[in-house]
Design a protein around this ligand. Structure first.
Ligand code: CUA
Length: 153
C-alpha cells in the first residue's frame, strides 16, 4: 500500500471515530436526545386524557408558563398563545391523528409531533413579537394552512 494511501485511510478512520465520539457525547452526556421522554398516550383518547383533555396555557411561575397543546388536521389547540417577553414556556404536545410538525419560526424549536407520543419542548422568548408556528410535516390536503402564532408582548 502506498504511504499516502495509509495516511488518508488513517485520517478518514480517525474522523469517523471523532464524529462517533462527538455524537455519542452529545446524545448521552449532554442529553441532546430528541425532545420528550418518549412518553406514550392513546391517540384515540387524547381528548379524555389529562392534561390534553383541557389544552391551554397555565402560569406555573414567575415568567414561566406551561402550554398543553394538541395538534390535529389542520390546526393547533389552543390557537394564539400569548405570554410576556422574557417568559419561559414549557410546551407539552401530542397529535390526535397523524404526524405533524411544530416549528417556531426564527427559533431553534422544531419538533416532530407523533400520534401516540408526548413531546416536551421548552423555549424562552426574550424578544417581543409575533412568532409564527408552522406544521412542517406533510399531513394532508390542508397542510399548508396549518399554522398559528405565539404572541410575546
Ligand atoms: Cu400538520 Cu402538516
Amino acid at each position: 500500500m502506498h504511504k499516502s494511501e495509509k495516511v488518508w485511510l488513517t485520517i478518514s478512520f480517525g474522523m469517523i471515530m471523532l464524529f462517533m465520539i462527538a455524537t455519542g457525547y452529545q446524545a448521552f452526556a449532554l442529553g441532546m436526545a430528541p425532545p420528550g421522554g418518549m412518553e406514550t398516550i392513546d391517540p384515540q383518547r387524547v381528548d379524555q386524557i389529562a392534561p390534553f383533555d383541557n389544552p391551554g396555557i397555565t402560569k406555573i411561575g414567575e415568567k414561566e408558563y406551561e402550554v398543553v397543546m394538541t395538534l390535529q388536521l389542520f390546526s393547533f389547540t389552543p390557537m394564539n398563545v400569548e405570554v410576556p417577553a422574557g417568559s419561559t414556556v414549557h410546551f407539552r404536545l401530542t397529535s390526535k391523528d397523524v404526524v405533524h410538525g411544530f416549528q417556531i419560526v426564527n427559533t431553534n424549536v422544531n419538533g416532530m409531533i407523533m400520534p401516540g407520543y408526548i413531546t416536551d419542548i421548552t423555549q424562552t422568548f426574550h424578544e417581543p413579537g409575533e412568532y409564527l408556528v408552522l406544521c412542517n410535516e406533510y399531513c394532508g390536503v390542508g397542510h399548508q394552512f396549518m399554522a398559528t402564532t405565539i404572541t410575546v408582548k
